[in-house]
Design a protein around this ligand. Structure first.
Ligand code: 5AD
Ligand code: SF4
Length: 470
C-alpha cells in the first residue's frame, strides 16, 4: 500500500525523473473479455484526456464500455479536487455505489484522479468507504492494469498512490472521445503554487514531454484525419523550461503550426510565462486559433499578492492589451475567484473595474473554496459565504453583458466553424468558431462532421451564436 503525502507532493528538487515507455503485461491482456466498465470523469480537460487513456487501458484488458453504471462490472471514478463541490459530487456518487454494491457483491469500484492524491480523501476511503476496491493516483495511472488485477484477486483494498511524480510515461494507449478534435499533453504538473490551488500537490512538478514525442503524436493525428489539436498543460507556457535551454512554448507552437493541422489550441496559460515570441507566433500562423485563456483571478493587487500570482493588475493589463493589439480578432477568456480570504468590497471593485476594461469573451467565475493543505486555508477570512455568493452574482451579471456585447458584433459576419454534430432535434448543426464560440447553424448543402465551413452569423445570444452555412 502506498498512501498520498502532501509533504512529499510539495517537494521540488533537481532530481531527474524517468522517462518510460508503457508496456502492457501480456498475462493480463484481454483477461477480462466479457466484463463491462463505467467510467465517470470529473474536472478539467487534463482529466478528460486521462480518461481517454484509462478507457484504452481497460479495453486492452478486455472490458467494454457501458453508459449506465447499473450495468457495469467495474465502476471507476476519475475525480477532481479543485473545489469542494467537485469533492462532494464524487462522494455523492460513492454513496450511490455503496447501495448498488450491497445488491451486487461482485461489483468492482475504483477511484483515481486528483482526489486520490489527497491524504484526507484516502483516509476517509480506508475508514468509511471499505467497499471501494482500489485507488490509484495521477502519477501512476499507467499501473491501472496491475492494480485492478490485484484488486480482483485480493479481498483487501488496493491503495497505490505516488506523491512524488515518478515517471513520465510515453506510449499509453488512447481511445479518443472525438474523431476530429484531440487533446495532446505537452507538460504535466505545475510549479506555481498559487496559494489557493491544490493542483501543484495533486499533479506534481512541471515535466515537459520531449518535443519529438509531441510532434510524432500530432503527425499521427494528422494522418488519421484530425482537424484540431488542443495542447494541454496546467501551465502550457512553462513548456520546455525543465528540459531545454533554448526551446520553449513559442518554438513548439511554431513547429506545430508548420505541420498540416488546420486548428491548434492550447490551455491553460499563466500570465507570468506568456512571452512576446508566443504572441508573435499566434498572430503569425492562421492555424493557431486566435483564442487565449488568460486567467486573472483578481483585479486587486493586494489579493493577487496574497494569491501568489506573481503579477499586478497593471502588468496583466499590459499583457492583455499586447495580445489584443497583436493578434487580429483574438478572443480572450479568463478565470476569476471572488471571496478569497481578506477580499473586501474595495478589492472586489478592483476586479469589477478590470472586467469592465477587458470585456472578456468568456469568463469562468468561482467563489473561493478552501482546499486542505494549501496556504490560503490558513488566512483570516471575515467575509460571509452569503456575501461571497452575492459578489459572484454581481460579477456574473457584468461579465455576461460583455459576452453578449462581443457576440452581437459578429452578427452579419462570416466565421469558420468545425462541424461537430447536430442538436437533439436534428434541425441544426453545431460547432465552434476559431475564437472558440459555440455556433448553432443550418445548412442547405450537405455537410459532414469534421468539415470546416463558412457560417454567416444571424443572431447573437450570451453563450452562443446562430447562423447559416454560406
Ligand atoms: N477555489 C476556487 N476556485 C479555484 N480555482 C482554483 N483553485 C480554486 C479554489 N481553491 C479556479 C481558478 C483556476 C480554475 C481552474 O479554478 O480560477 O484558474
Ligand atoms: Fe481538477 Fe485541477 Fe485535477 Fe484538473 S488538475 S482534475 S481541475 S484538480
Amino acid at each position: 500500500m502506498n498512501l498520498p503525502d502532501y509533504n512529499e507532493a510539495r517537494t521540488r528538487d533537481k532530481r531527474k525523473y524517468n522517462r518510460l515507455t508503457f508496456k502492457l503485461d501480456k498475462n493480463i491482456e484481454k483477461k477480462y473479455v466479457g466484463k463491462t466498465y463505467f467510467l465517470k470523469t470529473y474536472g478539467c480537460q487534463m482529466n478528460e484526456h486521462d480518461s481517454e487513456n484509462i478507457s484504452a487501458l481497460l479495453e486492452a484488458l478486455g472490458f467494454s464500455r457501458v453508459d449506465d453504471y447499473n450495468d457495469a462490472d467495474l465502476v471507476l471514478l476519475n475525480t477532481c479536487s479543485i473545489r469542494e463541490n467537485a469533492h462532494n459530487k464524487a462522494f455523492g456518487m460513492l454513496g450511490r455505489l455503496k447501495h448498488l454494491k450491497s445488491e451486487k457483491k461482485d461489483l468492482l469500484i475504483g477511484l483515481c484522479g486528483c482526489m486520490a492524491q489527497e491524504a484526507s480523501v484516502v483516509e476517509e476511503i480506508l475508514k468509511d468507504y471499505k467497499f471501494v476496491n482500489f485507488v490509484f493516483g495521477t502519477h501512476n495511472l499507467y499501473q491501472l492494469p496491475e492494480i485492478l488485477d490485484e484488486a480482483v484477486k485480493s479481498s483487501k483494498q488496493q491503495i497505490e498512490v505516488f506523491s512524488r511524480e515518478g515517471d513520465l510515461v510515453e506510449g499509453l494507449p488512447v481511445i479518443r472521445s472525438n474523431d476530429f478534435k484531440a487533446y495532446v499533453n505537452i507538460i504535466y504538473g505545475c510549479d506555481k503554487f498559487c496559494t489557493y490551488c491544490i493542483v501543484p500537490y495533486t499533479r506534481g512538478r512541471e515535466r515537459s514531454r520531449k518535443k519529438e514525442d509531441i510532434l510524432e503524436e500530432i503527425k499521427e493525428l494528422v494522418r488519421d484525419g484530425y482537424k484540431e489539436v488542443t495542447l494541454l498543460g496546467q501551465n502550457v507556457n512553462a513548456y520546455g523550461k525543465d528540459l531545454y535551454d533554448n526551446y520553449n512554448m513559442g518554438d513548439l507552437l511554431e513547429e506545430i503550426a508548420l505541420m498540416n493541422i488546420p486548428r491548434i489550441r492550447f490551455m491553460t496559460s499563466h500570465p507570468w510565462d506568456f512571452t512576446d515570441k508566443m504572441i508573435e507566433v499566434i498572430g503569425k500562423y492562421p492555424n493557431i486559433m486566435p483564442s487565449v485563456h488568460l486567467p486573472v483571478q483578481s483585479g486587486s493587487n493586494r489579493i493577487l499578492k496574497l494569491m501568489g500570482r506573481r503579477y499586478t493588475k497593471e502588468s496583466y493589463l499590459e499583457l492583455f492589451h499586447k495580445i489584443k493589439d497583436t493578434i487580429p480578432g483574438v478572443a480572450i477568456s479568463t478565470d476569476i475567484i471572488v471571496g478569497f480570504p481578506g477580499e473586501n468590497e474595495e478589492d472586489f471593485q478592483e476586479t469589477m473595474s478590470l472586467v469592465q476594461e477587458c470585456k472578456y469573451d468568456n469568463a469562468f467565475t468561482f467563489v473561493f473554496s478552501q482546499r486542505e493543505g494549501t496556504p490560503a486555508c490558513k488566512l483570516k477570512d471575515n467575509t460571509t459565504q452569503e456575501e461571497k455568493e452575492e459578489r459572484l452574482q454581481r460579477l456574473n451579471e457584468v461579465v455576461n453583458t460583455y459576452f453578449l456585447e462581443n457576440n452581437k458584433k459578429l452578427v452579419g459576419t462570416t466565421v469558420k466553424v468545425l462541424v461537430e454534430g447536430t442538436n437533439e432535434k436534428k434541425d441544426m448543426y453545431f460547432g465552434y468558431s476559431e475564437t472558440n464560440k459555440l455556433i448553432n447553424f443550418t445548412s442547405d448543402k450537405t455537410i459532414y462532421c469534421g468539415d470546416i465551413v463558412d457560417v454567416e452569423i444571424t443572431d447573437a445570444k450570451t453563450w452562443s451564436l446562430d447562423g447559416r452555412v454560406q
